[in-house]
Ligand binder design. Structure first.
Ligand code: BG6
Length: 496
């Protein structure tokens, strides 16, 4: 039942004049996500006319060479890229060589930025994390850390709590916490924002959003992709660090947090940190029961054959890195005591889907006859991708002279209901950095707490002689993932 389409004019946002210095300007993230996001913001008239994007890298390209590279690697992937928009976007772009070991490069960079005096300077560190600190040192030395400078740190920020804190300590020698934007692009997704609206702009759900009425919560981020060209990085990282420590834990906080007193950045982040602190530790002796780690074997995804994880480029033949994780998380507070939060993520799964499913409890006393096959619960399914939708499942009477129940759903499909363009996650977050809005970025204490929660799991897996459970590419993960649920009498949503 699609909602009534509500045509709206595209919003025009007036942003301050900025220079964005893109460290890692030739890298994968810049080409696949950041430059397309900035292009979209440019194309829709959101950017200040004088604002510039200064890409940097360790190679001595000229601006013209860099633009030629973008012409080949970025432009073909852009939707709606009229030639005049691309040409005017290119006018904003410059390339500056900036090798963190070469102070002279940073002197030249600072001179370029400081000479123009933009209102805001954004330094986006889309590089390997081991050069975050040398870059920040150079930024501090050259005065590119004044109060109007904001630094964006891409994940992964470190490999564990110690290394992440070492980076945070070093960065905080040059930048105040209010200048540091730790990005988790899942927080920029439209449906995550909508989750807040559903919960806190409507009176309907909040009274039910608690242990008395919620049986369990499931959060899934499944990908069809494998490790692509990032084998070397991924094999040192694994799904727990790549997806759970950040994206899944952040989604869990958004579902579970108490209503914040306002939309101010610290009001929201103060509520998220309470959830992170209330997450029950998963002790080494509980890891086998409460977690599943898996690794894909050869199979087929979307009808195409794909190789095993260990046969991907850059992966050791005896690798025990996990490409799938399922966890039963629990929150020790009044609202959620006893309600399991099942989290799962994996590469090379059956389909690309990210969703949050809130399962409500059954009615206390059943007066209707009900076939056993009928899923008893009301479910709210908030889908983040591939399409954004919200679906509320409930039971109704099937038409006819007998009283028989049948499940149905109320569907809100955002693409049909709202015809306006929606900014992608990176675009929204980049614009927030330029506006100086920190609410959708991860505060240091949140990151510390998320590491504290995942570290015992990582350590236990590291010391274990039991390898990850194999699963065939193109499935929903190892059988143990279903077993984790069925021990509690639950089912993953797609299997229900
Ligand atoms: C990134 C991970 O943070 O998120 C990738 O490093 C993953 O491994 C990606 O593929 C998934 O993001 P999205 O938005 O495509 O679901």
């Amino acid at each position: 039942m699609p909602g009534r389409p509500i045509p709206r004019k595209e919003p025009r946002v007036s942003l301050p004049d900025f220079d964005m210095v893109l460290f890692g300007g030739t890298g994968d993230l810049a080409r696949r996500k950041l430059l397309p996001a900035l292009f979209d913001a440019h194309r829709t008239g959101c950017l200040h006319p004088s604002s510039r994007i200064l890409a940097t890298g360790s190679h001595p390209h000229t601006t013209e060479q860099y633009k030629a590279m973008l012409e080949e690697s970025v432009r073909p992937g852009l939707e709606h890229a009229p030639p005049e928009a691309w040409t005017s976007f290119m006018d904003r772009i410059g390339y500056v060589q900036a090798d963190a070991r070469q102070p002279a490069h940073f002197d030249a960079l600072a001179e370029q930025v400081l000479a123009r005096k933009p209102e805001v300077v954004v330094c986006y560190l889309a590089t390997a994390p081991h050069i975050f600190v040398p870059i920040c040192e150079q930024l501090g030395r050259t005065g590119l850390n004044a109060p109007n400078v904001r630094v964006v740190l891409e994940k992964p920020l470190g490999h564990d709590l110690d290394s992440s804190e070492a980076i945070n300590n070093a960065v905080s020698r040059y930048f105040g916490e209010e200048q540091i934007y730790r990005i988790d692009h899942y927080l920029g997704k439209e449906s995550v924002q909508n989750l807040m609206a559903i919960r806190f702009a409507n009176a309907l759900f909040e009274p039910l959003w608690r242990r008395e009425w919620v049986q369990d919560v499931q959060i899934t981020i499944a990908e069809e992709l494998g490790v692509e060209t990032r084998g070397d990085f991924y094999d040192r990282t694994g799904a727990l660090r790549d997806m759970v420590q950040n994206h899944l834990v952040q989604l869990l906080c958004m579902v579970a947090m108490e209503p914040p007193a306002s939309l101010s950045e610290d009001a929201i982040r103060d509520e998220k940190i309470k959830i992170l602190k209330a997450l029950k530790p998963i002790l080494p002796q509980d890891v086998a029961e409460k977690t599943v780690r898996g690794q894909y074997r050869a199979g087929a995804v979307g009808g195409k054959p794909v190789v095993s994880y260990v046969d991907e480029q850059g992966i050791a033949a005896d690798s025990t890195t996990e490409t799938f994780v399922a966890i039963k998380a629990e929150i020790a507070n009044w609202r959620w005591e006893g309600v399991p939060f099942y989290l799962r993520t994996g590469k090379r799964m059956q389909s690309r889907v990210a969703e949050i499913v809130v399962h409500f409890r059954d009615v206390p006393h059943a007066i209707f006859p009900r076939p056993l096959t009928l899923s008893p619960q009301n479910r709210l399914v908030i889908r983040l991708q591939p399409e954004e939708s919200i679906r509320l499942y409930f039971l109704v009477k099937q038409p006819g002279d007998t009283v028989e129940l049948t499940p149905t759903s109320l569907d809100l499909d955002f693409a049909n209901s709202f015809k306006m363009r929606r900014a992608g996650a990176y675009e929204r977050l980049l614009l927030d950095v330029i506006r100086g809005k920190l609410g959708l970025f991860v505060r240091r204490d949140e990151q510390v707490q998320a590491w504290r929660w995942v570290e015992p799991i990582l350590d236990t897996w590291d010391q274990s002689t039991v390898p990850p459970k194999p699963y065939t590419a193109g499935t929903w993960g190892p059988a143990a993932s279903s077993a984790l649920m069925s021990r509690d009498g639950a089912l993953w949503h797609e299997e229900a």
